[in-house]
Design a binder for this molecule. Structure first.
Ligand SMILES: *Cc1c(COP(=O)(O)O)cnc(C)c1O
Length: 405
């Protein structure tokens, strides 16, 4: 069977195919392969935003704050926890950006392990994760222990075992490595960290909404992630943080603002942290930017994260087949894991000179994600991408690589 006929077959058999029609059309885009960087907006999001501005904000004005907006960080957090994170209520908030929440949680974590002087992380983690921890290490006089990861194998328990000890306060890794797409074994790595008495923190930016997550079951202590990638929240949409309930009394985040206060509207002297997860909040919640999340979580609940993962693995397997058949002979290398158990939601290809192809790809309406110096990430979001669309995009890429040999 030809690769194109296979795409048609896979589309015909796809139980999630109809979700694609719920997204706003992008007439100049032939193939959108960057769902792992910025998800597409739903038709429903445009309606919700318009309605929110006109009636909820425009019509109710400041009364809106008593219509429940103040609860959104917690109610949306609980919903996200149920739909995508495997988190029981009361442990997830929606707030800030991933970077700011990383800082708040990591600072709280290292302060909760006084006397321990080490934080373990990996050299391939997303820049903001590394920078934030460098800042905290300088502030708290800690030393960072760096694990060098091979993109083909990602972070493993064996690597952690070699460096962790009873001086380690915290370990921080990404669930899915943003570069290679490696899917880390969270429960296995957590066990090793916990045996050494360290806290565990996971960055879920590249897995939330694409890969099933079981934070409670896997013994995760802290986690952060963003809502604008597979969760389609829109550019700059707020992030989320998870803090295991058993740790909520002992961890204190450093940005003491009025929204994390026990009684924000008493506006009294002195900070007293709110009980529970609300203490992670600092300032006024980004209500407007949370509006899309309602539509996106409804959709994800309806589709089911397990079905999303099943389609995601079929999509990336299809990308791998196209890459092997068309691109490998042209010198393109697949960097991502082939083992579906260790593969996240995207596939990374490597070849010197990819940078020069970006402009012609975009002109042809094909949008993958370029990562310096020579990586091209193919991130087909399961709910908005068809197999035929992947075929179209990869065919344009093949022709361009051929032309630029
Ligand atoms: C996208 C991404 C971020 C982004 O952080 P922001 O504060 O939203 O800019 C952080 N970590 C990882 C792993 C990411 O993929």
């Amino acid at each position: 069977m030809s690769l194109l006929a296979r795409a048609a077959d896979l589309d015909a058999a796809d139980p999630l195919a109809a979700f694609r029609d719920r997204f706003l059309p992008a007439p100049s885009v032939v193939s959108y392969l960057d769902g792992n960087s910025l998800g597409r907006p739903l038709e429903a999001t445009a309606r919700l935003m318009d309605d929110f501005v006109r009636s909820r904000w425009g019509g109710r004005l400041i009364q809106g704050w008593t219509d429940g907006w103040l609860e959104w960080p917690l109610t949306l957090g609980d919903r996200l926890g149920a739909v995508a994170l495997g988190a029981a209520p009361g442990q997830t908030v929606v707030a800030d950006s991933t970077t700011v929440l990383l800082y708040k949680l990591a600072r709280a974590a290292v302060d909760a392990r006084p006397g321990r002087r080490k934080v373990v992380l990996d050299t391939d983690n997303f820049p903001t994760d590394r920078y934030v921890l460098e800042g905290i290490a300088a502030e708290r006089n800690l030393s960072l222990v760096w694990i060098s990861t091979d993109p083909a194998t990602g972070i493993t328990g064996d690597q952690l075992r070699e460096v962790i000890d009873d001086d380690t306060a915290l370990v921080l890794f990404s669930h899915v490595a943003y570069r290679s797409g490696w899917l880390a074994d969270i429960p296995g790595i957590n066990r090793i960290a916990h045996e050494a008495g360290a806290l565990t923190m996971w960055d879920l930016c590249h897995s939330a909404g694409a890969v099933p997550i079981r934070l409670d079951e896997w013994g995760v202590d802290l986690a952060v992630g963003c809502s604008y990638k597979y969760l389609n929240g829109g550019p700059g949409a707020p992030a989320f943080a998870y803090l295991r309930s058993s740790l909520q009394d002992s961890l204190r985040q450093p940005i003491q603002g009025w929204m994390g206060h026990r009684a924000a509207f008493e506006m009294g002297p002195g900070y007293e942290a709110a009980p529970g997860i609300r203490a992670l909040l600092s300032g006024t919640p980004p209500i407007l930017a949370m509006v899309p999340m309602h539509a996106n979580l409804d959709m994800l609940a309806e589709a089911g994260i397990e079905a999303v993962r099943t389609k995601s693995l079929l999509l990336t397997a299809y990308v791998l087949d196209l890459a092997d058949e068309w691109l490998a002979p042209l010198g393109v290398e697949v960097v991502s894991p082939r083992d579906p158990a260790r593969r996240g939601g995207h596939v990374t290809l490597r070849r010197p000179g990819f940078e020069k192809l970006l402009e012609p790809l975009w002109s042809a309406g094909v949008i993958p994600d370029y990562r310096r110096p020579d990586g091209l990430r193919i991130g087909p979001a399961p709910l908005s991408t068809s197999f035929t669309e992947v075929h179209q995009g990869m065919a344009v890429l093949r022709d361009l690589v051929e032309k630029h040999q």
